[in-house]
Design a binder for this molecule. Structure first.
Ligand SMILES: [Zn+2]
Length: 244
């Protein structure tokens, strides 16, 4: 067990059903800062003396749409993120073919962009939108905004919002159920780039009854599960060293 990358490679090679459970740290190397890091959205709002739990909630969206859609972090220049070595490796592994399942806390769709076919998005995604009145679905390029910068449905003038889980909203039960099933039926669980502090993500990993657990995270994690391998390194850098 002296070479952690070699051991990681061996565990992946030997596994049949791999579940990759990822958080913000999986996307940082794609240019998306961790929500709570210094240049993340959460911290930016706090700098503006705004309470993120309030202004990124469904209640705030409904009561103050003109404020919700005009927050400083919402109008930042959008740089299109690209999948990094971790996203690309996992997609390539699935093509091998190997049964790779992704459960992500990120909303950026980078796993799908890389080519992964089985992705459970715990917090939804920010590339799909729907009208809150009629439910019509919209892509990012189809959205029209009113004079207050609020995205509006041309049919009924309803507010169009991203399919993300806001504060005060719950993860959809069917999404949680699917995540549980995938974790419970895998023999290798890779937990990467997440501090696992947010519920119910924290509880999900307890459904694992398989063979091995790997943690790849810059900071140490305390979880209530025996861990077979810990790699204290960034997720992208780690996957860059692996071969298919
Ligand atoms: Zn509508």
């Amino acid at each position: 067990m002296t070479d952690p990358i070699g051991t990681l490679q061996q565990f992946i090679n030997e596994a049949e059903h791999i579940t990759f459970f990822g958080g913000a740290g999986v996307s940082t190397e794609s240019g998306l800062p961790d929500y709570r890091s210094d240049d993340g959205a959460y911290t930016e709002l706090e700098r503006q003396k705004l309470d993120p739990r309030r202004v990124m909630s469904k209640r705030y969206l409904i009561n103050y749409p003109e404020k919700f859609f005009n927050q400083p972090n919402k109008n930042k220049k959008w740089i299109k993120p690209e999948p990094n070595a971790a996203h690309l490796y996992l997609a390539a592994l699935e093509n091998k073919p190997k049964d790779v399942r992704i459960i992500t806390q990120n909303v950026d769709r980078l796993h799908q962009t890389a080519g992964s076919k089985l992705v459970v998005e715990l917090h939804g995604n920010n590339r799909h939108f729907h009208c809150m009145v009629c439910g019509r679905e919209y892509g990012p390029k189809e959205i029209q905004k009113d004079e207050q910068n609020i995205p509006r449905c041309p049919i009924d003038n309803g507010i169009i919002r991203a399919d993300v889980v806001l504060f005060g909203e719950n993860i959809k039960p069917e999404v949680l159920e699917r995540a549980k099933e995938l974790i419970a039926s895998s023999d290798l669980l890779i937990i990467a780039g997440t501090s696992l502090t947010v519920h119910p993500a924290k509880n999900l990993i307890h459904y694992f009854t398989g063979k091995r657990v790997i943690v790849i995270n810059k900071t140490p994690l305390t979880i209530d599960l025996p861990i077979d391998l810990v790699i204290q390194e960034s997720v992208g850098k780690t996957f860059k060293k692996l071969s298919i």
